[in-house]
Write a protein that binds this ligand. Structure first.
Ligand code: AMP
Ligand code: GLY
Length: 426
């Protein structure tokens, strides 16, 4: 079988390494992939948003199955176009990807179907938004409606900062048209949990839970990033909370999408906050998370290709989705300066072979004259598995010490908050 994976980050590398373990897979293409992914797939220089070229390539290469991983091509309708050309896909259709593509859509969906989330107001008129902020509870959260490279959420701790955020989105258009409409919502507090799930629109199967570390520096200091590391499972996500989420969030969301004639097939990501009033949805994503995938997929024991086909064919209920009881930790190594300005082109040296129970997932790198060079903010992720979280963290950092990248940095405290939570036996 020939499989094509759209995207070129660490998440896509983790998907590709897992797909390679399926006996039915002969060739994997990555569009565009990256210099590290080139070890595991044939990289084709077609951008993830270039849907017409993607369809043309799939036709010319007789692709049997496509995995569309990033948000942009999903929201743009890549799956619809590939399916029109007769190529089955993993990923939601455009009309379902809107669950991530528009915050107004997802908030209204949750309100209509009684799914717990922060209370909110929607504004298309800046003056009304500014007036509203005169009396809104502080802190407050301002969100651009559309996709904004993960940067469209501002937590404002003063009224003035909230107003500045609204002005920058609605007047200065820092996120382009994504910010023409804004959501202003209640500030929630509690531990955050990421739960990725497989769904075919009839069954929803949550994967092992995980915890992201979004801030750039130790102790959750510095700017928000795409994610500096992850651990799985998340100790705050107890069996009782999982059962509550299934009943109040996962199944109601799947049913709500069906009722709206927007059946969701693929990976539905629930970003949750465990508040004192119960779990609430912070955000939905229409895809695997990055870097959550880098700790979740290494723990998957079942065949990923079978599961992906089942999400398309509506046979998930009959398909095995089994996770190991081990723990995993992923540490992201990033270019100095990320998420702001950083330089590229530094040499990357990787341990060969990879240490036991360790995987290196390359995100921002290119091959030049046989050398792997940095080519992005997040350069790579080092994931290790072990029977306890503590051992997984230790193994991951040992492997990080074997990776040499000039001008890179990484957080030294990935998983520490989770370890403390385990100690308290939450
Ligand atoms: P996002 O960029 O959508 O992943 O959101 C970034 C982060 O903002 C989330 O991971 C949360 O930590 C935080 N956040 C989003 N919405 C809220 C909220 N209503 N209350 C508190 N924090 C929030
Ligand atoms: N790690 C968060 C995301 O993928 O959106």
């Amino acid at each position: 079988m020939k499989i094509m994976v759209i995207g070129g980050g660490g998440r896509e590398h983790a998907i590709i390494k897992k797909l390679k373990q399926s006996p039915g897979v002969d060739i994997i293409y990555a569009l565009p992939g990256n210099g590290g992914i080139a070890q595991d797939a044939i990289c084709v220089d077609i951008g993830a948003n270039n849907i017409s070229l993607i369809v043309e390539f799939a036709n010319n290469t007789s692709i049997d199955f496509a995995v569309v991983a990033p948000d942009d091509p999903l929201v743009l309708g890549c799956v619809d176009e590939l399916e029109k050309a007769g190529i089955p896909c993993f990923g939601p259709n455009k009309n379902a990807a809107i669950i991530e593509g528009s915050k107004v859509f997802s908030k209204n969906l949750m309100k209509k179907y009684g799914i717990p989330t922060a209370s909110y107001e929607v504004f298309t008129d800046m003056i009304k938004a500014l007036d509203y902020l005169d009396n809104a509870p502080i802190p407050t959260v301002i969100k651009a409606d559309g996709l904004a490279l993960g940067k469209g959420v501002i937590i404002a701790t003063t009224r003035e900062k909230a107003k500045d955020a609204v002005r920058s989105m609605m007047e200065d258009k820092v996120f382009g048209e994504s910010g023409s409409t804004v959501v202003i919502e209640e500030f929630l507090e509690g531990p955050e949990v990421s739960v990725l799930s497989f769904t075919d629109g009839k069954t929803v199967v949550p994967m092992v839970s995980s915890m992201d570390h979004k801030r750039a520096h130790d102790n959750d200091e510095g700017l928000n990033t795409g994610g500096m590391g992850t651990i799985a499972p998340n100790p705050y996500y107890t069996n009782a909370i999982a059962a509550e989420c299934m009943e109040k969030i996962y199944i109601p969301t799947m049913n709500a999408m069906n009722a709206e004639e927007r059946t969701f097939k693929g990976c539905l990501y629930f970003g949750l906050m465990l508040t004192s009033k119960g779990p609430k949805v912070i955000e939905y994503n229409c895809r695997f998370g990055d870097p959550e995938t880098q700790v979740v997929l290494p723990l998957l024991e079942s065949d990923l290709v079978d599961i992906m086909f089942a999400t398309r064919n509506g046979t998930l209920v009959d398909t095995e989705v089994k996770f190991s009881s081990d723990a995993a930790c992923c540490v992201i190594m990033a270019s100095k300066g990320y998420p702001e300005k950083y330089e590229k082109g530094f040499e990357i040296s990787l341990p060969s072979p990879e240490p036991e129970d360790t995987e290196i997932y390359v995100a921002g790198a290119k091959l030049e004259n046989g050398k792997l060079l940095t080519n992005g903010g997040r350069v790579l992720g080092v994931t290790a598995k072990a029977d306890t979280l503590k051992s997984a963290i230790d193994k991951a950092y040992k492997a990080v010490n074997l990776v040499h990248i000039k001008n890179a940095f990484y957080r030294k405290d990935i998983g520490q908050k989770a370890l403390k939570a385990f100690e308290k036996d939450v």
